[in-house]
Design a protein around this ligand. Structure first.
Ligand SMILES: [Mg+2]
Length: 391
């Protein structure tokens, strides 16, 4: 097969709110080859990705990403790796290239899985997919009382684990933040697995993060996620050393394998959280998962958008039995909630499973795409570089 088309679609809610919810718009990717269609999603602002897909080249290491993908042979996983290498070399000086490649890589795996009649995790070398324990992933309430109600709702919905993040946490006083953690623990019950996400709120301010640690220990949080931005390795290592038994979690901001590797080797994290829609796709995420196993770090998917992205995020660690906990967004904007015809839902025992269908097992709903599609055009030098593709 040869890659015949690489199409990006810009989807958006009518109004995008200033909250930490990445499901309010979507950069949907469609790849076609040999009569098959693969789908993926970039976890990045859509129009920025589209411009990097099609922009005129600036020099020999700043090519538009599409030029390294269109027309390429695609018959086995080695072809996906070769395409990634070519994008890395020819778009070296375009920082958005990893984000753009992520959605394309996901779509290529989906397409190849359909062609070879295998779920993606089997193409990655896993004989089987193990059940994952989903944690309900939500934003903190505006105050402790609201967080308590959210946690109670999550518990009564049958979830055994929940993550609270962003919102006012870290922007309030340490005592208000502590009340938020207590409320989450109370609502979840003594047995629930409680995860707290700082959402990079302290950037690299170790003193500010240190003031929150005792409440996390008292609340028996399993992990303390992203107190700092990805790459603030000294800050991560210092808080990791004093937060035990609470472990540090991070990595969703990583957009290369090396960034994730450094978080594990030098940041002292116990959980590495990887977004396949950002780190360079399923291919790079699998490489991180393999490395995490060797380093004794637990791999966790990061995903806060559609079930297409959720399926992509599960593939890289589907076959690692010990890495059981997995992110499961439960507060999606309608765009993301309605994007796919199929859904990944917890089974009777409360576990989720990577789809057993060929590829990623997720079909975008054309009606949803039409409903949220943003028509866009990019022109330069009198030429039309991009127009919203036909569905
Ligand atoms: Mg997070």
């Amino acid at each position: 097969m040869r890659i015949e088309a690489v199409d990006f679609f810009y989807l958006s809610m009518p109004e995008v709110l200033d909250i930490g919810d990445g499901s309010q718009d979507a950069c949907l990717v469609r790849v076609r080859a040999g009569g098959y269609t693969g789908w993926g999603e970039c976890e990045a602002p859509p129009l920025v990705c589209i411009s990097g897909l099609v922009c005129p080249k600036s020099h020999s290491a700043a090519w538009p990403v599409r030029d390294s993908v269109l027309g390429q042979p695609l018959d086995d996983p080695a072809d996906i790796a070769r395409i990634a290498t070519q994008v890395g070399e020819r778009s070296l000086d375009m920082l958005q290239a990893d984000h753009i490649l992520s959605g394309i890589d996901v779509a290529l795996w989906d397409l190849l899985g359909q062609r070879l009649s295998e779920p993606v995790y089997r193409l990655l070398g896993y004989p089987r997919a193990y059940p994952k324990l989903p944690y309900a992933s939500v934003l903190f309430g505006d105050d402790a009382a609201a967080t308590l109600r959210k946690a109670q709702g999550i518990r009564s919905a049958g979830f055994r684990a929940a993550k609270f993040g962003w919102g006012p946490y870290g922007k309030d006083t340490p005592s208000e933040d502590a009340a938020q953690v207590r409320a989450a623990r109370e609502g979840l019950g003594e047995e629930g697995i409680l995860l707290i996400d700082g959402g990079t709120v302290w950037r690299e301010d170790i003193a500010a993060a240190r003031l929150r640690v005792a409440a996390l220990q008292e609340g028996r949080a399993t992990w303390f996620e992203e107190p700092f931005v990805s790459g603030a390795l000294d800050a991560y290592r210092e808080i990791a050393a004093l937060a035990a038994p609470v472990k540090l979690a991070g990595g969703e901001g990583c957009h290369t394998f090396y960034m994730a590797q450094h978080m594990m080797d030098y940041g002292g994290i116990g959980y590495v959280q990887i977004d396949a829609g950002r780190i360079g796709g399923i291919s790079v995420a699998k490489r991180v998962a393999d490395y995490a196993v060797r380093k004794g770090v637990t791999y966790v998917n990061h995903t806060f958008t559609s079930n297409l992205a959720l399926s992509a995020s599960l593939q890289p660690f589907a076959g690692i039995e010990a890495a059981q906990i997995s992110e499961y967004p439960t507060e999606l904007a309608s765009l993301a909630a309605e994007l796919t015809l199929e859904r990944i839902t917890p089974d009777g025992d409360g576990f989720i499973h990577a789809p057993a269908a060929p590829g990623l097992g997720m079909t975008p709903n054309p009606a949803t795409i039409r409903k949220y599609l943003v028509e866009a055009e990019i022109r330069a030098k009198g030429k039309l570089l991009y127009r919203t593709p036909q569905l």
